[in-house]
Ligand binder design. Structure first.
Ligand SMILES: NC(=O)c1ccc[n+]([C@@H]2O[C@H](COP(=O)([O-])OP(=O)(O)OC[C@H]3O[C@@H](n4cnc5c(N)ncnc54)[C@H](O)[C@@H]3O)[C@@H](O)[C@H]2O)c1
Length: 370
């Protein structure tokens, strides 16, 4: 089996997680070169992981000793660098969210298709074993039809958000606040489990960081799915306790609870006969998991391994760019709802996309708070 040779663009927090993950699958991956506008960061990552550095992302993309590029940049740069990488014939793994607007997402998809390269958005929640197990049980009908869901992600981004010139939380550089950043994680999992979103209602709040150029630090969302299920999603940038994620699914034949802070993160109560002696009681399947920070390296390893396996075996990634675009679309429906105070349907978003463009939804988000 050959090694996939990777270059990293953007050498901050996400890049460090990926580098560790790639080193743990070194039979399949070779980290070659790193670039960051901040030279010190590039040098630090390169030194830790035995990589070279270079002066521009264009010079990185021009190298012929690279198969793929890992993009770990602020959100406003995702489309530009992805498109350049595709044009240079490199496979692309780009961090979430795909891009802040649907037009950018479309351009990225078009560019990857034209170049015939593998293109995946790095949505680690789709590869976390706890989520994969939940998806397996839901798919095989262990809790019947899911009627209700609740999803939560809470982290503290207060230090970076508090800096006016930091990209986090800036509509211009990040495409919004916590919903564009963490909301896409939750939406990608819910849409995987429940299908397409029909309508959204959303509150955005600026509760801790009141800087003029920053958008919401907390958000609360209500979704209705095309299959009739409804969901509540809460995401926070201002939680003081350690980061975690939580998911609750209530179906016609049972309940699934998932919490990243638990050693055994998944609990299932099912009335289904298929559960055998696990029926009608709380049951916790064996899942590879560790509470914060342990779940990061686990999910990044599965994610990165899937991407390189797709290159090695010439397969398309399970998490398609269209799925990633769908999660951005859900965020934009929520932002439109917060701006208008109304329930937003998919056709409302489509109308904006075909008239003013979806960048108009992001503009002025820093002024929105309940
Ligand atoms: N999946 C996850 O759990 C997870 C976790 C953290 C971040 N992320 C995502 O990863 C991406 C990066 O986030 P981060 O937390 O690593 O951010 P970060 O701020 O820690 O790192 C971003 C890096 O990009 C560099 N940079 C900025 N502008 C640049 C430019 N024009 N050219 C080259 N380098 C430039 C910065 O110097 C910085 O080192 C984002 O898309 C974020 O949403 C995902």
């Amino acid at each position: 089996m050959r090694q996939v040779r990777i270059g990293i663009v953007g050498c901050g927090a996400a890049a460090a997680h990926h580098a560790v993950a790639c080193r743990s699958i070194s039979d399949k991956v070779k980290l070659v070169v790193a670039y960051d506008a901040n030279e010190k960061r590039a040098k630090r990552l390169a030194k830790t992981h035995g990589m070279e550095t270079c002066d521009t992302y264009q010079s990185l993309l021009a190298r012929d000793d690279l198969d793929a590029v890992l993009i770990c940049l602020p959100h406003y740069l995702h489309s530009e660098v992805t498109i350049s990488a595709c044009e240079a014939g490199k496979h692309v793994l780009c961090e979430k969210p795909m891009a802040p607007t649907l037009e950018e997402c479309d351009a990225m998809i078009k560019s990857a298709k034209k170049a015939g390269v593998k293109f995946m958005i790095a949505e680690n929640h789709r590869f976390l074993p706890a989520h994969v197990v939940v998806h397996d049980y839901v798919s095989k009908g262990a809790i019947g039809s899911v009627l209700l869901a609740r999803a939560y992600e809470g982290v503290s981004e207060i230090p970076d958000l508090s800096k006016a010139d930091h990209w986090k939380g800036s509509p211009k550089l990040a495409g919004g606040g916590v919903l564009m950043d963490a909301g896409v994680h939750r939406f990608s999992v819910l849409r995987w489990l429940l299908g397409e979103v029909e309508s959204a209602y959303c509150w955005l709040a600026k509760q801790v960081i009141k800087l003029e150029n920053k958008a919401e630090d907390n958000a609360m969302v209500f979704l209705k799915f095309e299959n009739g299920a409804i969901a509540e999603v809460v995401v926070s940038f201002t939680v003081i306790s350690p980061p975690t994620n939580r998911l609750e699914l209530y179906g016609t034949e049972g309940t699934i609870l998932e919490d990243h802070t638990w050693e055994n993160p998944v609990q299932i109560f099912s009335t289904s006969k298929d559960m055998g002696d696990k029926r009608n009681q709380w049951y916790s399947p064996k899942v590879e998991h560790q509470p914060f920070p342990g779940y990061y390296p686990i999910s990044f390893r599965y994610e990165d391994e899937h991407f390189v396996d797709c290159i090695i075996n010439d397969r398309e990634p399970e998490y398609t760019p269209e799925m990633a675009k769908g999660s951005v679309a859900t965020v934009l429906m929520c932002y439109l709802s917060a701006k208008t105070g109304k329930i937003v349907k998919r056709k409302d978003l489509e109308e904006i996309a075909s008239t003013k463009g979806t960048h108009s939804i992001i503009e002025g988000l820093e002024k929105i708070s309940i």
